[in-house]
Design a protein around this ligand. Structure first.
Ligand code: SAM
Length: 359
Protein backbone atom coordinates (compact mmCIF):
# COMPACT_ATOMS: atom_id res chain seq x y z
CA UNK A 1 0.00 0.00 0.00
CA UNK A 2 1.28 3.46 -0.87
CA UNK A 3 1.56 5.59 2.25
CA UNK A 4 1.17 9.35 2.36
CA UNK A 5 4.18 11.00 3.93
CA UNK A 6 5.59 14.54 4.03
CA UNK A 7 8.15 15.36 1.37
CA UNK A 8 10.89 17.93 1.08
CA UNK A 9 12.54 19.20 -2.07
CA UNK A 10 16.26 18.57 -2.49
CA UNK A 11 18.71 19.76 -5.10
CA UNK A 12 21.51 17.32 -5.91
CA UNK A 13 23.72 17.64 -8.98
CA UNK A 14 21.41 18.85 -11.72
CA UNK A 15 18.37 17.09 -10.24
CA UNK A 16 15.62 18.50 -8.05
CA UNK A 17 13.93 15.67 -6.26
CA UNK A 18 11.36 15.05 -3.55
CA UNK A 19 12.49 12.91 -0.62
CA UNK A 20 10.75 12.04 2.66
CA UNK A 21 11.09 14.55 5.46
CA UNK A 22 12.86 13.35 8.58
CA UNK A 23 16.13 14.17 10.29
CA UNK A 24 17.08 10.60 10.97
CA UNK A 25 18.47 8.72 7.97
CA UNK A 26 17.36 5.12 8.39
CA UNK A 27 15.91 2.29 6.39
CA UNK A 28 12.65 2.95 8.26
CA UNK A 29 12.05 5.99 6.06
CA UNK A 30 9.12 5.45 3.69
CA UNK A 31 11.63 5.96 0.85
CA UNK A 32 15.35 5.98 1.49
CA UNK A 33 17.51 8.99 0.65
CA UNK A 34 20.90 9.70 2.24
CA UNK A 35 22.50 13.06 1.40
CA UNK A 36 25.90 11.76 2.58
CA UNK A 37 25.87 9.36 -0.37
CA UNK A 38 25.94 12.30 -2.79
CA UNK A 39 29.68 11.79 -3.13
CA UNK A 40 29.06 8.15 -4.01
CA UNK A 41 26.65 9.28 -6.73
CA UNK A 42 28.97 12.07 -7.93
CA UNK A 43 31.79 9.54 -8.38
CA UNK A 44 29.50 7.13 -10.25
CA UNK A 45 28.50 9.83 -12.71
CA UNK A 46 32.03 11.06 -13.15
CA UNK A 47 33.17 7.50 -13.85
CA UNK A 48 30.35 6.82 -16.32
CA UNK A 49 31.17 10.05 -18.14
CA UNK A 50 34.48 8.46 -19.16
CA UNK A 51 32.73 5.69 -21.15
CA UNK A 52 30.50 5.56 -24.24
CA UNK A 53 26.71 5.57 -23.78
CA UNK A 54 25.39 2.43 -22.04
CA UNK A 55 22.24 0.56 -21.05
CA UNK A 56 22.08 1.51 -17.40
CA UNK A 57 20.32 -0.19 -14.49
CA UNK A 58 19.72 1.52 -11.14
CA UNK A 59 18.78 -1.70 -9.37
CA UNK A 60 17.85 -0.42 -5.89
CA UNK A 61 16.74 3.05 -6.79
CA UNK A 62 15.13 4.55 -3.63
CA UNK A 63 13.98 8.03 -4.69
CA UNK A 64 15.44 7.51 -8.17
CA UNK A 65 18.06 10.19 -7.58
CA UNK A 66 20.83 8.15 -9.25
CA UNK A 67 18.82 7.37 -12.36
CA UNK A 68 17.53 10.94 -12.63
CA UNK A 69 21.00 12.41 -12.30
CA UNK A 70 22.29 9.96 -14.90
CA UNK A 71 19.47 11.03 -17.25
CA UNK A 72 20.36 14.69 -16.78
CA UNK A 73 24.14 14.53 -16.59
CA UNK A 74 25.18 11.75 -18.97
CA UNK A 75 24.76 10.42 -22.47
CA UNK A 76 23.15 6.97 -22.28
CA UNK A 77 21.42 4.35 -24.42
CA UNK A 78 18.73 3.49 -21.88
CA UNK A 79 18.03 3.84 -18.17
CA UNK A 80 16.00 1.46 -16.02
CA UNK A 81 15.27 2.00 -12.33
CA UNK A 82 13.86 -0.60 -9.98
CA UNK A 83 12.83 -0.79 -6.33
CA UNK A 84 10.57 -3.31 -4.59
CA UNK A 85 9.16 -0.62 -2.29
CA UNK A 86 5.81 0.67 -3.60
CA UNK A 87 6.43 4.12 -2.12
CA UNK A 88 9.74 4.25 -3.97
CA UNK A 89 8.11 3.22 -7.22
CA UNK A 90 5.59 6.06 -7.11
CA UNK A 91 8.15 8.61 -5.86
CA UNK A 92 10.62 7.69 -8.63
CA UNK A 93 7.88 8.35 -11.20
CA UNK A 94 6.97 11.65 -9.53
CA UNK A 95 10.63 12.72 -9.41
CA UNK A 96 11.14 11.63 -13.01
CA UNK A 97 8.21 13.77 -14.21
CA UNK A 98 9.32 16.73 -12.11
CA UNK A 99 12.77 16.62 -13.72
CA UNK A 100 11.29 16.21 -17.22
CA UNK A 101 13.23 13.02 -17.92
CA UNK A 102 11.87 9.67 -19.01
CA UNK A 103 13.05 6.12 -18.37
CA UNK A 104 11.61 2.71 -17.44
CA UNK A 105 10.67 2.19 -13.81
CA UNK A 106 9.97 -1.23 -12.25
CA UNK A 107 8.54 -2.26 -8.89
CA UNK A 108 9.94 -5.73 -8.52
CA UNK A 109 12.26 -7.78 -6.38
CA UNK A 110 15.77 -6.91 -7.61
CA UNK A 111 16.79 -10.49 -8.38
CA UNK A 112 13.59 -11.35 -10.18
CA UNK A 113 13.78 -8.10 -12.13
CA UNK A 114 17.39 -8.80 -13.20
CA UNK A 115 16.81 -12.42 -14.14
CA UNK A 116 13.75 -11.44 -16.22
CA UNK A 117 15.79 -8.80 -18.04
CA UNK A 118 18.07 -9.14 -21.05
CA UNK A 119 20.94 -7.62 -19.08
CA UNK A 120 22.69 -4.25 -18.86
CA UNK A 121 26.04 -2.60 -19.60
CA UNK A 122 26.05 -0.95 -16.19
CA UNK A 123 24.38 -2.27 -13.03
CA UNK A 124 24.50 -0.23 -9.85
CA UNK A 125 23.98 -2.30 -6.69
CA UNK A 126 23.44 0.09 -3.78
CA UNK A 127 21.78 -1.91 -0.99
CA UNK A 128 21.16 -1.51 2.72
CA UNK A 129 24.19 -3.29 4.22
CA UNK A 130 25.56 -6.18 2.24
CA UNK A 131 25.43 -6.57 -1.53
CA UNK A 132 25.46 -10.36 -1.10
CA UNK A 133 21.75 -11.00 -1.89
CA UNK A 134 22.07 -9.32 -5.30
CA UNK A 135 25.48 -10.40 -6.54
CA UNK A 136 24.57 -13.63 -8.28
CA UNK A 137 21.84 -12.11 -10.47
CA UNK A 138 23.85 -8.92 -11.09
CA UNK A 139 26.86 -10.93 -12.26
CA UNK A 140 24.63 -13.06 -14.50
CA UNK A 141 23.07 -10.00 -16.15
CA UNK A 142 26.10 -7.75 -16.56
CA UNK A 143 27.08 -7.66 -20.22
CA UNK A 144 30.50 -8.45 -21.71
CA UNK A 145 32.76 -5.45 -21.08
CA UNK A 146 30.03 -4.00 -18.87
CA UNK A 147 30.61 -2.24 -15.55
CA UNK A 148 29.29 -3.60 -12.27
CA UNK A 149 29.19 -1.07 -9.42
CA UNK A 150 28.78 -2.37 -5.88
CA UNK A 151 28.38 -0.56 -2.55
CA UNK A 152 28.61 -2.33 0.82
CA UNK A 153 27.80 -0.53 4.06
CA UNK A 154 28.33 -3.54 6.37
CA UNK A 155 32.00 -2.70 6.74
CA UNK A 156 32.35 -3.88 10.36
CA UNK A 157 32.47 -7.51 9.21
CA UNK A 158 35.15 -6.99 6.56
CA UNK A 159 37.30 -4.74 8.69
CA UNK A 160 37.51 -7.27 11.52
CA UNK A 161 35.00 -6.22 14.18
CA UNK A 162 33.01 -9.38 13.45
CA UNK A 163 35.52 -11.91 12.11
CA UNK A 164 33.08 -14.83 12.12
CA UNK A 165 30.59 -12.84 10.11
CA UNK A 166 33.36 -11.99 7.62
CA UNK A 167 34.25 -15.65 7.20
CA UNK A 168 30.60 -16.59 6.70
CA UNK A 169 29.68 -13.76 4.36
CA UNK A 170 32.95 -12.92 2.62
CA UNK A 171 34.86 -16.22 2.82
CA UNK A 172 37.98 -14.65 4.27
CA UNK A 173 39.67 -13.76 7.54
CA UNK A 174 39.74 -10.01 8.28
CA UNK A 175 42.31 -8.15 10.36
CA UNK A 176 41.43 -5.33 12.72
CA UNK A 177 44.43 -3.03 12.40
CA UNK A 178 45.47 0.26 10.80
CA UNK A 179 45.14 -1.31 7.32
CA UNK A 180 41.71 -2.83 7.93
CA UNK A 181 39.88 -0.66 5.40
CA UNK A 182 42.17 -1.71 2.59
CA UNK A 183 42.18 -5.39 3.60
CA UNK A 184 38.39 -5.25 4.02
CA UNK A 185 37.92 -3.77 0.57
CA UNK A 186 40.23 -6.37 -0.95
CA UNK A 187 38.28 -9.15 0.83
CA UNK A 188 35.05 -7.79 -0.65
CA UNK A 189 36.61 -7.58 -4.13
CA UNK A 190 37.74 -11.21 -4.02
CA UNK A 191 34.31 -12.36 -2.85
CA UNK A 192 32.60 -10.63 -5.76
CA UNK A 193 35.23 -11.93 -8.17
CA UNK A 194 34.57 -15.50 -7.01
CA UNK A 195 30.89 -15.07 -7.88
CA UNK A 196 31.94 -13.79 -11.31
CA UNK A 197 34.34 -16.69 -11.90
CA UNK A 198 31.51 -19.22 -11.51
CA UNK A 199 30.10 -17.80 -14.74
CA UNK A 200 33.49 -17.32 -16.43
CA UNK A 201 33.26 -13.60 -15.91
CA UNK A 202 36.47 -11.92 -14.81
CA UNK A 203 35.68 -8.86 -12.70
CA UNK A 204 38.56 -6.43 -12.82
CA UNK A 205 38.50 -3.49 -10.40
CA UNK A 206 38.45 -0.15 -12.23
CA UNK A 207 37.96 2.14 -9.28
CA UNK A 208 37.64 1.21 -5.60
CA UNK A 209 37.45 3.19 -2.39
CA UNK A 210 36.45 3.33 1.24
CA UNK A 211 34.59 6.38 2.55
CA UNK A 212 32.08 7.37 5.24
CA UNK A 213 31.73 3.76 6.45
CA UNK A 214 31.00 2.22 3.10
CA UNK A 215 33.00 0.41 0.44
CA UNK A 216 32.54 0.90 -3.26
CA UNK A 217 33.98 -0.99 -6.22
CA UNK A 218 33.46 -0.58 -9.96
CA UNK A 219 34.40 -3.72 -11.91
CA UNK A 220 34.93 -4.18 -15.63
CA UNK A 221 33.44 -7.54 -16.65
CA UNK A 222 35.54 -9.55 -19.12
CA UNK A 223 34.22 -12.90 -20.31
CA UNK A 224 36.76 -15.71 -20.47
CA UNK A 225 38.27 -18.69 -18.67
CA UNK A 226 41.86 -17.45 -19.00
CA UNK A 227 40.93 -14.04 -17.61
CA UNK A 228 39.29 -15.73 -14.61
CA UNK A 229 42.38 -17.88 -14.05
CA UNK A 230 44.45 -14.69 -14.02
CA UNK A 231 42.16 -13.22 -11.37
CA UNK A 232 42.52 -16.36 -9.22
CA UNK A 233 46.32 -16.04 -9.38
CA UNK A 234 46.03 -12.68 -7.69
CA UNK A 235 44.16 -13.97 -4.66
CA UNK A 236 46.24 -14.50 -1.54
CA UNK A 237 46.99 -13.44 2.03
CA UNK A 238 48.19 -10.06 3.31
CA UNK A 239 49.52 -9.87 6.88
CA UNK A 240 47.36 -12.83 7.98
CA UNK A 241 44.22 -11.34 6.42
CA UNK A 242 42.49 -12.96 3.48
CA UNK A 243 42.41 -14.60 1.08
CA UNK A 244 41.93 -11.28 -0.66
CA UNK A 245 42.54 -9.48 -3.96
CA UNK A 246 46.23 -8.61 -4.37
CA UNK A 247 45.89 -6.90 -7.74
CA UNK A 248 45.35 -3.25 -8.47
CA UNK A 249 42.43 -1.37 -6.93
CA UNK A 250 42.30 1.16 -9.75
CA UNK A 251 42.76 1.66 -13.44
CA UNK A 252 45.20 4.53 -13.08
CA UNK A 253 44.34 6.12 -16.43
CA UNK A 254 40.69 6.20 -15.43
CA UNK A 255 41.53 7.73 -12.04
CA UNK A 256 43.58 10.37 -13.84
CA UNK A 257 40.77 11.14 -16.32
CA UNK A 258 38.16 11.40 -13.57
CA UNK A 259 40.29 13.78 -11.57
CA UNK A 260 41.16 15.98 -14.50
CA UNK A 261 37.56 16.19 -15.70
CA UNK A 262 36.41 17.16 -12.23
CA UNK A 263 39.04 19.85 -11.85
CA UNK A 264 38.08 21.22 -15.27
CA UNK A 265 34.36 21.26 -14.50
CA UNK A 266 35.01 22.69 -11.04
CA UNK A 267 36.84 25.61 -12.64
CA UNK A 268 34.06 25.99 -15.22
CA UNK A 269 31.51 25.76 -12.44
CA UNK A 270 33.18 28.51 -10.48
CA UNK A 271 33.24 30.67 -13.60
CA UNK A 272 29.61 29.86 -14.41
CA UNK A 273 28.33 30.06 -10.87
CA UNK A 274 26.11 33.00 -11.78
CA UNK A 275 24.47 31.07 -14.60
CA UNK A 276 24.74 27.32 -13.91
CA UNK A 277 21.67 26.14 -15.81
CA UNK A 278 21.60 23.81 -18.76
CA UNK A 279 25.16 22.55 -18.99
CA UNK A 280 25.13 18.73 -19.06
CA UNK A 281 28.77 18.51 -18.04
CA UNK A 282 28.32 20.40 -14.80
CA UNK A 283 27.78 17.76 -12.17
CA UNK A 284 28.12 19.70 -8.96
CA UNK A 285 25.31 21.67 -7.43
CA UNK A 286 25.62 25.01 -5.72
CA UNK A 287 25.36 23.72 -2.18
CA UNK A 288 28.24 21.31 -2.51
CA UNK A 289 31.62 21.77 -1.02
CA UNK A 290 33.13 20.52 -4.27
CA UNK A 291 36.66 20.76 -2.93
CA UNK A 292 36.00 17.67 -0.82
CA UNK A 293 35.45 15.48 -3.87
CA UNK A 294 38.34 17.04 -5.76
CA UNK A 295 40.68 16.45 -2.83
CA UNK A 296 39.49 12.87 -2.47
CA UNK A 297 39.99 12.11 -6.16
CA UNK A 298 43.43 13.73 -6.16
CA UNK A 299 44.57 11.39 -3.36
CA UNK A 300 43.21 8.36 -5.23
CA UNK A 301 44.70 9.50 -8.53
CA UNK A 302 48.14 9.79 -6.88
CA UNK A 303 47.96 6.53 -4.96
CA UNK A 304 46.70 4.66 -8.03
CA UNK A 305 50.09 5.24 -9.68
CA UNK A 306 51.86 3.22 -7.00
CA UNK A 307 52.10 -0.46 -7.56
CA UNK A 308 51.91 -1.61 -3.96
CA UNK A 309 49.50 -3.64 -1.88
CA UNK A 310 48.96 -2.05 1.53
CA UNK A 311 50.56 1.00 3.07
CA UNK A 312 52.30 1.94 6.27
CA UNK A 313 51.21 4.23 9.05
CA UNK A 314 53.57 7.05 9.99
CA UNK A 315 51.92 7.24 13.42
CA UNK A 316 53.16 3.78 14.25
CA UNK A 317 56.73 4.56 13.29
CA UNK A 318 57.59 6.73 16.26
CA UNK A 319 59.73 9.77 15.63
CA UNK A 320 59.92 9.30 11.95
CA UNK A 321 58.79 12.81 11.09
CA UNK A 322 55.93 14.30 9.22
CA UNK A 323 54.16 12.39 6.48
CA UNK A 324 54.78 14.94 3.73
CA UNK A 325 58.48 15.13 4.64
CA UNK A 326 58.81 11.39 4.47
CA UNK A 327 56.99 11.18 1.12
CA UNK A 328 59.46 13.76 -0.23
CA UNK A 329 62.45 11.80 1.06
CA UNK A 330 61.23 8.50 -0.41
CA UNK A 331 60.67 10.19 -3.78
CA UNK A 332 64.17 11.71 -3.66
CA UNK A 333 65.54 8.16 -3.40
CA UNK A 334 63.83 7.43 -6.73
CA UNK A 335 60.82 5.55 -5.34
CA UNK A 336 57.13 6.27 -5.59
CA UNK A 337 55.21 7.45 -2.53
CA UNK A 338 51.87 9.16 -1.90
CA UNK A 339 49.20 9.58 0.74
CA UNK A 340 46.49 6.95 0.83
CA UNK A 341 42.77 7.72 1.04
CA UNK A 342 42.40 4.80 3.49
CA UNK A 343 44.17 6.56 6.37
CA UNK A 344 45.17 10.18 7.00
CA UNK A 345 48.57 9.19 8.42
CA UNK A 346 49.24 6.44 5.85
CA UNK A 347 51.78 6.37 3.01
CA UNK A 348 51.55 4.06 0.00
CA UNK A 349 54.98 3.43 -1.46
CA UNK A 350 56.86 0.91 -3.59
CA UNK A 351 59.97 1.10 -1.42
CA UNK A 352 60.88 -1.89 0.74
CA UNK A 353 59.51 -1.08 4.18
CA UNK A 354 62.76 -2.09 5.86
CA UNK A 355 64.45 0.82 4.02
CA UNK A 356 62.04 3.39 5.37
CA UNK A 357 63.63 3.51 8.81
CA UNK A 358 67.01 4.17 7.20
CA UNK A 359 65.55 7.06 5.21
C1 SAM B 1 20.32 2.13 0.14
S1 SAM B 1 18.78 2.24 -0.62
C2 SAM B 1 19.12 2.80 -2.24
C3 SAM B 1 19.51 4.24 -2.32
C4 SAM B 1 19.63 4.78 -3.72
N1 SAM B 1 20.37 3.91 -4.60
C5 SAM B 1 20.26 6.18 -3.68
O1 SAM B 1 21.36 6.38 -4.25
O2 SAM B 1 19.66 7.07 -3.07
C6 SAM B 1 18.36 0.57 -0.92
C7 SAM B 1 17.07 0.40 -1.65
O3 SAM B 1 16.92 -0.98 -1.99
C8 SAM B 1 15.54 -1.32 -1.95
N2 SAM B 1 15.49 -2.79 -1.81
C9 SAM B 1 15.88 -3.53 -0.75
N3 SAM B 1 15.75 -4.85 -1.00
C10 SAM B 1 15.26 -4.94 -2.29
C11 SAM B 1 14.92 -6.03 -3.13
N4 SAM B 1 15.05 -7.30 -2.72
N5 SAM B 1 14.47 -5.76 -4.37
C12 SAM B 1 14.33 -4.48 -4.80
N6 SAM B 1 14.61 -3.40 -4.02
C13 SAM B 1 15.09 -3.63 -2.78
C14 SAM B 1 15.02 -0.54 -0.78
O4 SAM B 1 13.61 -0.34 -0.89
C15 SAM B 1 15.83 0.77 -0.87
O5 SAM B 1 15.10 1.75 -1.56
Amino acid sequence: MIKKFPLKKIREGSADIFAPQGDKISRELPVFYNPVMKLNRDISILLLQQFPAMNICDLLAGTGIRAIRIAKELSYKSITANDHNKNSFSLIKKNMRYNKVKFSVFNDDANRFLLDSKGFDYIDVDPFGSSNPFLDAAVKRISRDGILAVTNTDTAAMTGTYPKSCIRKYWAKPKLDYMMHETGLRILIRKIQLIGMQYEKALIPLFSYYKDHYMRVFFRCIKGKKECDNIAKQHGMLNDAGPLWLGSLWDKKLAYKMHSQLSKTTKEKKALSKNPVGNKKIIIDNNQNYNELLKFLKIIKDESKINAVGFFDTHRMGKIGRKEELIGKIRKKGHKAASTHFLGTGIRTDIDYSLIEKI
